[in-house]
Design a protein around this ligand. Structure first.
Ligand code: PRP
Length: 211
């Protein structure tokens, strides 16, 4: 598995805004959306299929390269907090299809349960899949989400995960289970506390985006 923390000052900036407990809900949500835009841009580097051809500019014929619209990236936001991170996916990526997954962690056991699954029964071979969840804490949620994709014919090499903050337990679990995966995150924090919060983290991203 490969984990990328793109070294960009704008990424650091938006992570810092998200971390601040004084950041109000509306700003938190727009900061998450900006961070999503930057991380999705980084994750899509060298990943998107292109088609080439020639077009006429007002001056001359030019060789051109476009993103192939026949092979959309499947964007999978994990509700709720993934919605804000995925908000810009369709403006960054010219061809996308979005399928929502709703997973909620039990506050006591920290086990995830699925309350919404909009995935198609079968995902065509070779499809590129972008899973978007702001926090990878214990890793239970992201592993459950990727398991649903694998059941539908996707291999871990086809999947990129975008998150705002990742913690070692989640990265360890993902590495053990899905070695071909690529993870893009704004920052890696050192630990997860007994309540399942990333430390120092940014709190409960779902509540801070939508409460
Ligand atoms: C949070 C977060 C992740 C998950 C991470 O969601 O947005 O989806 O927990 O935790 P894990 O790695 O330990 O599984 P939550 O269940 O709080 O739902 P929400 O987005 O609706 O607030």
């Amino acid at each position: 598995m490969l984990v990328f923390v793109p070294p960009h000052p704008l990424i650091k900036h938006w992570v810092s805004v998200l971390r601040n407990e004084q950041t109000p809900c509306a700003i938190f949500k727009s900061a998450m959306s900006e961070l999503g835009r930057l991380l999705i841009y980084e994750a899509s580097r060298d990943w998107l299929p292109t088609i080439t051809g020639e077009i006429e500019t007002p001056v001359a014929v030019a060789s051109v390269e476009f993103i192939d619209p026949r092979e959309p990236v499947l964007v999978i936001p994990i509700l709720r907090a993934g919605l804000a991170l995925a908000e810009q996916a369709s403006s960054v990526l010219p061809a996308t299809k979005t399928y929502h997954l709703g997973l909620r962690r039990d506050e006591e056991t920290l086990e995830p349960s699925i309350y919404l699954n909009n995935l198609p029964d079968k995902i065509p071979e070779g499809t590129r899949v972008l899973v978007v969840d702001p926090m990878l804490a214990t890793g239970g949620t992201i592993v459950a989400a990727i398991d649903l994709l694998i059941e539908r014919g996707v291999t871990s090499k086809q999947i990129k995960v975008v998150s705002a903050v990742a913690a070692p337990p989640a990265l360890q679990k993902l590495n053990n289970k899905f070695p071909g995966l690529h993870v893009y995150t704004g920052i890696i924090d050192p630990e997860v506390n007994e309540k399942g919060f990333i430390v120092p983290g940014l709190g409960d991203a779902g509540d801070r985006s939508f409460a």
